[in-house]
Design a protein around this ligand. Structure first.
Ligand code: DHB
Length: 305
Protein backbone atom coordinates (compact mmCIF):
# COMPACT_ATOMS: atom_id res chain seq x y z
CA UNK A 1 0.00 0.00 0.00
CA UNK A 2 1.14 3.57 -0.75
CA UNK A 3 2.03 5.52 2.41
CA UNK A 4 -0.44 8.29 3.31
CA UNK A 5 0.93 11.76 2.56
CA UNK A 6 -1.85 13.67 4.26
CA UNK A 7 -1.03 15.98 7.17
CA UNK A 8 -3.11 18.19 9.46
CA UNK A 9 -1.82 21.67 10.23
CA UNK A 10 -3.73 23.77 12.76
CA UNK A 11 -6.87 21.75 12.08
CA UNK A 12 -6.47 22.08 8.32
CA UNK A 13 -6.18 18.79 6.45
CA UNK A 14 -3.74 18.85 3.52
CA UNK A 15 -3.64 16.05 0.93
CA UNK A 16 0.19 16.18 1.09
CA UNK A 17 2.77 18.27 3.00
CA UNK A 18 3.83 20.51 0.07
CA UNK A 19 2.56 24.09 -0.20
CA UNK A 20 3.15 26.93 -2.64
CA UNK A 21 4.97 29.70 -0.75
CA UNK A 22 3.74 33.29 -0.78
CA UNK A 23 5.03 35.60 -3.49
CA UNK A 24 5.47 33.01 -6.23
CA UNK A 25 2.69 32.47 -8.78
CA UNK A 26 0.15 33.73 -6.27
CA UNK A 27 -0.68 36.99 -8.03
CA UNK A 28 -3.85 35.69 -9.72
CA UNK A 29 -6.53 33.20 -8.80
CA UNK A 30 -5.86 31.30 -12.02
CA UNK A 31 -2.17 30.81 -11.29
CA UNK A 32 -3.09 29.51 -7.84
CA UNK A 33 -5.34 26.93 -9.46
CA UNK A 34 -2.56 25.90 -11.85
CA UNK A 35 -0.25 25.19 -8.89
CA UNK A 36 -3.03 23.33 -7.06
CA UNK A 37 -3.58 21.17 -10.15
CA UNK A 38 0.18 20.53 -10.31
CA UNK A 39 -0.17 18.76 -6.94
CA UNK A 40 0.51 21.25 -4.12
CA UNK A 41 -1.27 20.40 -0.85
CA UNK A 42 -2.07 24.10 -0.33
CA UNK A 43 -1.39 27.36 -2.13
CA UNK A 44 -0.56 30.76 -0.60
CA UNK A 45 -1.46 34.07 -2.31
CA UNK A 46 0.94 36.94 -2.97
CA UNK A 47 0.97 39.14 0.13
CA UNK A 48 -2.02 41.47 0.00
CA UNK A 49 -2.47 44.88 1.63
CA UNK A 50 -5.42 47.22 2.05
CA UNK A 51 -4.34 49.40 -0.89
CA UNK A 52 -3.00 48.37 -4.32
CA UNK A 53 0.78 48.77 -4.74
CA UNK A 54 2.76 48.92 -7.98
CA UNK A 55 6.01 47.82 -6.32
CA UNK A 56 9.57 48.97 -7.00
CA UNK A 57 11.22 49.88 -10.29
CA UNK A 58 13.27 47.21 -12.11
CA UNK A 59 15.55 45.40 -11.61
CA UNK A 60 13.57 43.66 -8.87
CA UNK A 61 15.17 40.21 -8.98
CA UNK A 62 18.64 38.76 -9.60
CA UNK A 63 19.81 35.16 -9.98
CA UNK A 64 23.01 34.71 -7.94
CA UNK A 65 23.56 31.04 -8.77
CA UNK A 66 22.78 29.60 -5.34
CA UNK A 67 19.43 31.39 -5.17
CA UNK A 68 17.66 34.64 -6.02
CA UNK A 69 17.66 38.05 -4.37
CA UNK A 70 14.42 39.95 -4.87
CA UNK A 71 12.92 43.25 -3.83
CA UNK A 72 9.56 43.50 -5.59
CA UNK A 73 8.13 46.07 -3.17
CA UNK A 74 5.02 44.05 -2.31
CA UNK A 75 3.23 44.68 -5.63
CA UNK A 76 -0.40 43.57 -5.39
CA UNK A 77 -3.86 44.63 -6.55
CA UNK A 78 -5.05 45.22 -2.98
CA UNK A 79 -7.03 42.74 -0.91
CA UNK A 80 -10.47 44.01 -2.04
CA UNK A 81 -9.72 43.49 -5.72
CA UNK A 82 -8.02 40.15 -5.05
CA UNK A 83 -11.01 38.60 -3.29
CA UNK A 84 -13.27 39.69 -6.18
CA UNK A 85 -11.03 37.61 -8.41
CA UNK A 86 -10.94 34.69 -5.95
CA UNK A 87 -14.72 34.59 -5.77
CA UNK A 88 -14.89 34.10 -9.53
CA UNK A 89 -12.66 31.02 -9.37
CA UNK A 90 -14.60 27.82 -10.03
CA UNK A 91 -13.82 24.88 -7.70
CA UNK A 92 -12.36 27.26 -5.12
CA UNK A 93 -14.08 25.26 -2.36
CA UNK A 94 -12.12 22.11 -3.21
CA UNK A 95 -8.78 23.95 -2.98
CA UNK A 96 -6.79 24.83 0.12
CA UNK A 97 -5.98 28.51 -0.41
CA UNK A 98 -4.13 30.48 2.27
CA UNK A 99 -4.42 34.28 2.08
CA UNK A 100 -1.18 36.14 2.83
CA UNK A 101 -1.56 39.69 4.17
CA UNK A 102 0.75 42.50 5.28
CA UNK A 103 0.24 45.84 7.00
CA UNK A 104 2.11 48.43 8.99
CA UNK A 105 0.28 48.03 12.30
CA UNK A 106 -2.02 45.53 14.08
CA UNK A 107 -5.17 47.31 12.86
CA UNK A 108 -4.14 47.11 9.20
CA UNK A 109 -3.25 43.43 9.52
CA UNK A 110 -6.60 42.69 11.18
CA UNK A 111 -8.55 44.59 8.50
CA UNK A 112 -6.70 42.93 5.61
CA UNK A 113 -7.13 39.50 7.25
CA UNK A 114 -10.84 40.13 7.73
CA UNK A 115 -11.29 40.99 4.06
CA UNK A 116 -9.22 38.09 2.68
CA UNK A 117 -11.17 35.75 5.00
CA UNK A 118 -14.28 36.73 3.01
CA UNK A 119 -12.63 35.44 -0.17
CA UNK A 120 -13.04 31.76 0.71
CA UNK A 121 -9.49 31.15 1.95
CA UNK A 122 -9.03 28.39 4.55
CA UNK A 123 -6.31 30.11 6.60
CA UNK A 124 -4.51 33.46 6.77
CA UNK A 125 -0.72 33.86 6.75
CA UNK A 126 0.67 37.07 8.26
CA UNK A 127 3.70 38.42 6.41
CA UNK A 128 5.41 40.07 9.37
CA UNK A 129 8.74 39.46 7.69
CA UNK A 130 9.20 41.26 4.36
CA UNK A 131 12.94 41.95 4.44
CA UNK A 132 12.86 45.51 3.13
CA UNK A 133 9.49 47.27 2.45
CA UNK A 134 9.52 50.34 4.64
CA UNK A 135 7.14 50.28 7.60
CA UNK A 136 5.62 46.97 6.60
CA UNK A 137 7.98 44.12 7.08
CA UNK A 138 11.13 43.72 9.05
CA UNK A 139 10.32 46.74 11.20
CA UNK A 140 7.19 45.08 12.58
CA UNK A 141 8.42 41.51 12.39
CA UNK A 142 11.68 41.88 14.31
CA UNK A 143 9.94 43.09 17.46
CA UNK A 144 8.37 40.23 19.49
CA UNK A 145 5.93 42.61 21.24
CA UNK A 146 4.59 43.90 17.91
CA UNK A 147 4.37 40.38 16.49
CA UNK A 148 2.29 39.34 19.50
CA UNK A 149 0.04 42.40 19.13
CA UNK A 150 -0.46 41.81 15.39
CA UNK A 151 -1.32 38.14 15.78
CA UNK A 152 -3.62 38.89 18.68
CA UNK A 153 -5.46 41.65 16.74
CA UNK A 154 -5.99 39.26 13.82
CA UNK A 155 -7.14 36.42 16.10
CA UNK A 156 -9.68 38.78 17.71
CA UNK A 157 -11.04 39.56 14.24
CA UNK A 158 -11.24 36.30 12.24
CA UNK A 159 -12.13 32.68 13.01
CA UNK A 160 -9.80 31.03 10.48
CA UNK A 161 -6.45 29.49 11.44
CA UNK A 162 -3.72 32.15 11.52
CA UNK A 163 -0.10 31.46 10.50
CA UNK A 164 2.70 33.88 11.42
CA UNK A 165 5.51 33.93 8.82
CA UNK A 166 8.70 34.94 10.60
CA UNK A 167 11.91 36.60 9.53
CA UNK A 168 15.26 34.84 10.05
CA UNK A 169 16.92 38.29 10.21
CA UNK A 170 17.03 38.32 14.03
CA UNK A 171 19.39 36.95 16.66
CA UNK A 172 16.82 34.64 18.24
CA UNK A 173 13.90 33.50 16.07
CA UNK A 174 12.48 31.40 18.94
CA UNK A 175 11.62 34.63 20.80
CA UNK A 176 9.50 35.70 17.80
CA UNK A 177 7.85 32.27 17.59
CA UNK A 178 6.98 32.32 21.29
CA UNK A 179 5.54 35.84 20.89
CA UNK A 180 3.39 34.71 17.96
CA UNK A 181 2.19 31.72 20.01
CA UNK A 182 1.30 34.01 22.93
CA UNK A 183 -0.69 36.16 20.49
CA UNK A 184 -2.70 33.07 19.56
CA UNK A 185 -1.05 31.99 16.28
CA UNK A 186 -2.19 28.55 15.11
CA UNK A 187 1.07 27.83 13.28
CA UNK A 188 4.47 29.37 12.53
CA UNK A 189 5.88 29.62 9.00
CA UNK A 190 9.69 29.65 9.08
CA UNK A 191 11.31 31.37 7.29
CA UNK A 192 10.92 34.39 5.02
CA UNK A 193 13.91 35.57 2.97
CA UNK A 194 17.30 36.69 4.33
CA UNK A 195 18.36 40.32 3.81
CA UNK A 196 20.95 40.30 1.04
CA UNK A 197 22.64 42.36 -1.66
CA UNK A 198 24.39 41.88 -5.02
CA UNK A 199 26.74 44.42 -6.64
CA UNK A 200 27.37 44.66 -10.39
CA UNK A 201 31.17 44.87 -10.69
CA UNK A 202 31.08 46.38 -14.19
CA UNK A 203 28.53 49.09 -13.38
CA UNK A 204 30.03 49.31 -9.86
CA UNK A 205 26.63 49.71 -8.26
CA UNK A 206 24.02 47.55 -6.53
CA UNK A 207 22.06 45.35 -8.95
CA UNK A 208 18.59 45.82 -7.48
CA UNK A 209 16.84 49.18 -7.76
CA UNK A 210 16.03 48.90 -4.05
CA UNK A 211 19.68 47.87 -3.38
CA UNK A 212 18.72 45.43 -0.60
CA UNK A 213 16.43 42.44 -1.16
CA UNK A 214 15.51 39.03 0.21
CA UNK A 215 17.62 35.94 -0.52
CA UNK A 216 15.75 32.72 -1.29
CA UNK A 217 16.71 29.35 -2.78
CA UNK A 218 19.22 26.59 -1.94
CA UNK A 219 21.65 29.04 -0.26
CA UNK A 220 19.24 29.58 2.67
CA UNK A 221 18.11 25.99 3.32
CA UNK A 222 20.52 25.23 6.21
CA UNK A 223 19.49 28.48 7.92
CA UNK A 224 15.80 27.60 7.49
CA UNK A 225 16.34 24.05 8.80
CA UNK A 226 18.07 25.42 11.90
CA UNK A 227 15.21 27.89 12.47
CA UNK A 228 12.51 25.19 12.11
CA UNK A 229 14.42 22.92 14.51
CA UNK A 230 14.80 25.66 17.13
CA UNK A 231 11.17 26.82 16.82
CA UNK A 232 9.84 23.25 17.08
CA UNK A 233 11.64 23.01 20.44
CA UNK A 234 10.34 26.40 21.60
CA UNK A 235 6.59 26.27 20.86
CA UNK A 236 3.68 23.84 21.01
CA UNK A 237 2.01 24.92 17.76
CA UNK A 238 2.85 23.39 14.35
CA UNK A 239 5.70 24.74 12.24
CA UNK A 240 5.55 25.06 8.44
CA UNK A 241 9.00 24.97 6.85
CA UNK A 242 10.04 27.35 4.07
CA UNK A 243 13.40 28.23 2.53
CA UNK A 244 15.41 26.60 -0.23
CA UNK A 245 13.34 23.46 -0.80
CA UNK A 246 14.23 22.08 -4.22
CA UNK A 247 13.84 18.30 -3.97
CA UNK A 248 11.94 15.61 -2.04
CA UNK A 249 15.06 15.17 0.09
CA UNK A 250 14.76 18.77 1.24
CA UNK A 251 11.08 18.23 2.16
CA UNK A 252 12.02 15.14 4.21
CA UNK A 253 14.78 17.12 5.94
CA UNK A 254 12.30 19.84 6.98
CA UNK A 255 9.81 17.22 8.23
CA UNK A 256 12.53 15.56 10.31
CA UNK A 257 13.47 19.01 11.69
CA UNK A 258 9.89 19.34 12.96
CA UNK A 259 7.88 20.91 10.13
CA UNK A 260 4.32 19.61 9.59
CA UNK A 261 4.25 20.97 6.02
CA UNK A 262 6.80 22.55 3.71
CA UNK A 263 6.49 25.52 1.36
CA UNK A 264 8.12 25.64 -2.07
CA UNK A 265 8.68 28.82 -4.10
CA UNK A 266 12.02 29.56 -5.73
CA UNK A 267 12.44 25.92 -6.84
CA UNK A 268 9.61 26.42 -9.34
CA UNK A 269 12.08 28.55 -11.33
CA UNK A 270 14.55 25.61 -11.34
CA UNK A 271 12.22 22.60 -11.64
CA UNK A 272 8.96 24.04 -13.04
CA UNK A 273 5.61 23.04 -11.52
CA UNK A 274 6.57 19.38 -11.65
CA UNK A 275 8.53 20.07 -8.45
CA UNK A 276 5.36 19.27 -6.43
CA UNK A 277 4.77 15.84 -8.02
CA UNK A 278 8.49 15.04 -7.87
CA UNK A 279 8.55 15.91 -4.17
CA UNK A 280 5.44 13.88 -3.33
CA UNK A 281 6.59 10.82 -5.30
CA UNK A 282 10.03 10.98 -3.71
CA UNK A 283 8.59 11.26 -0.17
CA UNK A 284 6.31 8.26 -0.86
CA UNK A 285 9.22 6.11 -1.98
CA UNK A 286 11.34 7.23 0.98
CA UNK A 287 8.55 6.34 3.44
CA UNK A 288 7.82 2.99 1.78
CA UNK A 289 11.55 2.15 1.75
CA UNK A 290 11.80 2.82 5.48
CA UNK A 291 8.54 1.03 6.31
CA UNK A 292 6.42 4.04 7.33
CA UNK A 293 2.68 4.03 6.57
CA UNK A 294 2.17 7.78 7.08
CA UNK A 295 4.23 10.89 6.45
CA UNK A 296 3.05 12.18 9.85
CA UNK A 297 5.24 9.54 11.50
CA UNK A 298 8.49 11.27 10.54
CA UNK A 299 7.60 14.81 11.66
CA UNK A 300 10.18 15.99 14.22
CA UNK A 301 11.97 12.64 14.33
CA UNK A 302 15.44 14.25 14.42
CA UNK A 303 14.72 15.77 17.85
CA UNK A 304 16.31 13.87 20.67
CA UNK A 305 18.17 11.74 18.18
C1 DHB B 1 9.00 40.81 -1.07
C2 DHB B 1 8.27 40.39 0.02
C3 DHB B 1 8.79 39.39 0.84
O1 DHB B 1 8.13 38.93 1.96
C4 DHB B 1 10.01 38.82 0.55
O2 DHB B 1 10.49 37.84 1.35
C5 DHB B 1 10.75 39.25 -0.54
C6 DHB B 1 10.24 40.24 -1.35
C7 DHB B 1 8.54 41.89 -1.97
O3 DHB B 1 7.37 41.91 -2.41
O4 DHB B 1 9.35 42.76 -2.28
Amino acid sequence: MQPSLSVTVAGLRLRNPTMLSAGVLGMTAKSLRMVWEAGAGAVVTKSLGLQPRTGYANPTIVDIGCGFINAMGLPNPGVHEYIRELSSLPDREGMVIVGSVYGSDPGQFAEAADIVAQGGVKAVELNVSCPHAKGMGAEVGQDPCLVEEIVSAVKDTIRLPVFAKLTPNVTNISDLARAAERGGADAIVAVNTLRAMAIDIEAQRPVLANRVGGLSGPAIKPVAIRCVYEIAEAVGIPVIGCGGVTSWRDVVEFLLAGASAVQIGTAIAYRDLKVFDEANNGISEYLAGKGYKEVKDIIGLSHGA
